[in-house]
Design a protein around this ligand. Structure first.
Ligand code: UD1
Length: 415
C-alpha cells in the first residue's frame, strides 16, 4: 500500500501547472466509443483514466498514450462491461449511454455504493427510458435493450445529476429526432463533453439556464479535442499555497470555473490575482475562518472542493460551518484531520470546524479522493512528519501530486 511521508511547515513558492480534468476526460472517453478515432490532448495520467481505457479496450477500441495525448481508435467488441471493470471505477456507468447509442443494447452491473455514500442510478435509468430503453434487472446485472431505434424526448431531471446528464447526451446524440434536457447539470465538464461530441459531428447546444438541446445525427466521425483544466486540482493547489503562507502562481486553469471558491480564499485573508488562465495566491498571515459554506450544483460551491477547504479551516482563526448538500457521506476525512489535532464536529450534513493554532503529525488514512487531498494539505501545515496511507485514492484524480508540490518547496516522499 503506497503512502506519502510529508515533512510539514515548508512554505510553498513558485509556479504550478494544472493537468486536464478527470471528470471531463472520463465521459469524453466514453463518447470516443462512438467515434471512428479521436485524439485527446491534455488527458491526465490517472488510475481512473486507466480504468476507462480498460473498459474501452474491452469494448474493442485501441488506446495509445503519447505524452499527454491519448489516441483512441474505434472497434467492435460487444456491449457488455464485466463486473470487475465496472467496479474498478465508480463512474463507469457513464459508458451506458454510449454503448446504447452504438449497439442499442447493453449489459452491465450496478456501480454500487461508494466512499461518499450510496450511488443510485435512478435518474440515469428514468431518463434513458424516455429515449426508448427498456431495463431488466437480473441478480445485480442490468440488461438494457432498445426496441427499434433510440428516439428523442423531452426530459426534466428532478436533480441536475452530472452523470445522468452525460448519459442522456451520449445516447441522444445518435437518437432519432430532438431531445431537450431541462434542469441539466451545468458543470464545465458538461460543456466540454458537448464540445467534444460536436467536434465529432453531434448537434448539441447547452444554455446557461441548464437546458440542453440535442438533434440526433446518424453517426459520429473523428475528433481532436483538448480537455479543460481540472478545476478541483487547481483549487487544491491554491489551498496548498494558502495553508503554507506561500506564494504560488497556479497556471493552466480557467479562473471562471472557480467563481464560487475564490471569494472563500479572500474571506480567509489570502490575496488573489486572476489572469486569463492563471491565479496567483499569496497568504502572509494566519488564515481566518469562513462563516459558512454550502455545497451546491455548479455554479454553486463544488462538493469536491469541500474537503480541501476544510483542511484550511482546521488551522484558521475562528469557527467555520460546512453544509454538504450533494453527497451523504462526505466528512470521513474529518476523523483523520482530528488525529492531527483538528477540532471538527459533524452531524448529518453539517460540519463545524473550530480552527486550532497548529496541527501536529500523525499516521492518517485516505478515505476517498478529495478527503485524501485534504490530508496532504493539512500535512503541509503540520509540525513533524505525517504519514498518509492509502494514497491509491489520491492517484485516482491527482497526477504526481507529490512531485508537483515538491517542485515548489514541499517535502513529500512516496513509498
Ligand atoms: C460527478 C463527479 C463527482 C462530483 C459530482 C457532483 C464525475 C466522474 N464525478 O459525480 O466528482 O462530486 O458529479 O458534482 O464527473 N443521484 C441520484 N440518482 C442518480 C444520480 C445521482 O440520487 O441517478 C444523486 C447522487 O447519489 C448524489 C447526487 O445525486 O447524491 C449527485 O450525483 P451526480 O451529480 O450524478 O454525481 P456523479 O455524476 O456521480
Amino acid at each position: 500500500m503506497e503512502r506519502y511521508i510529508v515533512e510539514g511547515l515548508k512554505r510553498l513558492n513558485g509556479e504550478m501547472e494544472v493537468h486536464g480534468a478527470k471528470n471531463a476526460a472520463l465521459p469524453i472517453l466514453a463518447a470516443s466509443l462512438l467515434c471512428d478515432s479521436c485524439e485527446l490532448h491534455n488527458c491526465p495520467e490517472l488510475s481512473d483514466i486507466g480504468a476507462a481505457r480498460n473498459i474501452l479496450e474491452h469494448l474493442g477500441c485501441t488506446t495509445k498514450k503519447e505524452g499527454d495525448t491519448l489516441i483512441i481508435t474505434g472497434g467492435e467488441g460487444g456491449c457488455t462491461i464485466p463486473d470487475q471493470l465496472m467496479r474498478e471505477m465508480r463512474s463507469s456507468i457513464v459508458f451506458l449511454g454510449a454503448i446504447l447509442a452504438k449497439y442499442r443494447q447493453a449489459s452491465l452491473t450496478f456501480p454500487g455504493g461508494c466512499e461518499l455514500g450510496p450511488r443510485p442510478i435512478d435518474l440515469h435509468i428514468g431518463a434513458l427510458k424516455r429515449l426508448g430503453v427498456t431495463f431488466q434487472e437480473e441478480g445485480g446485472s442490468l440488461r438494457c435493450t432498445v426496441k427499434g431505434k433510440l428516439h428523442g424526448a423531452s426530459i426534466s431531471l428532478p436533480f441536475p445529476s452530472v452523470g445522468a446528464t452525460e448519459n442522456i447526451m451520449l445516447a441522444a446524440s445518435l437518437a432519432q429526432g430532438h431531445t431537450v434536457i431541462r434542469n441539466a447539470a451545468r458543470e464545465p465538464e458538461i460543456a466540454d463533453l458537448a464540445a467534444f461530441l460536436n467536434s465529432a459531428g453531434a448537434k448539441i447546444s447547452t444554455a446557461a439556464d441548464g437546458t440542453i438541446h440535442i438533434d440526433g445525427v446518424k453517426k459520429l466521425g473523428s475528433a481532436v479535442h483538448t480537455v479543460i483544466p481540472d478545476r478541483i486540482v487547481g483549487i487544491t493547489y491554491l489551498c496548498c499555497g494558502a495553508i503554507t503562507q506561500g506564494d504560488l502562481l497556479v497556471r493552466k486553469v480557467n479562473p471562471e470555473h472557480f467563481s464560487a471558491v475564490l471569494p472563500i480564499f479572500e474571506e480567509m485573508g489570502c490575496q488573489l490575482r486572476c489572469g486569463v488562465d492563471a491565479v496567483h495566491i499569496r497568504s502572509s498571515q494566519r488564515l481566518r475562518a469562513v462563516k459558512s459554506i454550502a455545497t451546491m450544483p455548479y455554479p454553486g460551491f463544488p462538493t469536491d472542493a469541500l474537503a480541501p477547504i476544510m483542511a484550511l479551516t482546521a488551522v484558521a482563526e475562528g469557527t467555520s460551518v460546512f453544509t454538504e448538500n450533494i453527497f451523504q457521506n462526505r466528512y470521513k476525512q474529518a476523523w483523520e484531520l482530528e488525529r492531527m489535532g483538528a477540532d471538527i464536529k459533524t452531524e448529518g450534513r453539517v460540519a463545524i470546524v473550530r480552527g486550532v493554532p497548529a496541527l501536529h503529525s500523525a499516521q492518517v488514512y485516505c478515505t476517498d479522493l478529495r478527503g485524501g487531498a485534504s490530508l496532504v494539505i493539512a500535512a503541509l501545515a503540520a509540525q513533524g512528519q505525517t504519514v498518509i496511507h492509502n494514497v491509491k485514492h489520491i492517484v485516482r484524480g491527482y497526477q504526481d501530486l507529490d512531485y508537483a508540490l515538491n517542485r515548489v518547496g514541499a517535502s513529500i516522499a512516496r513509498e
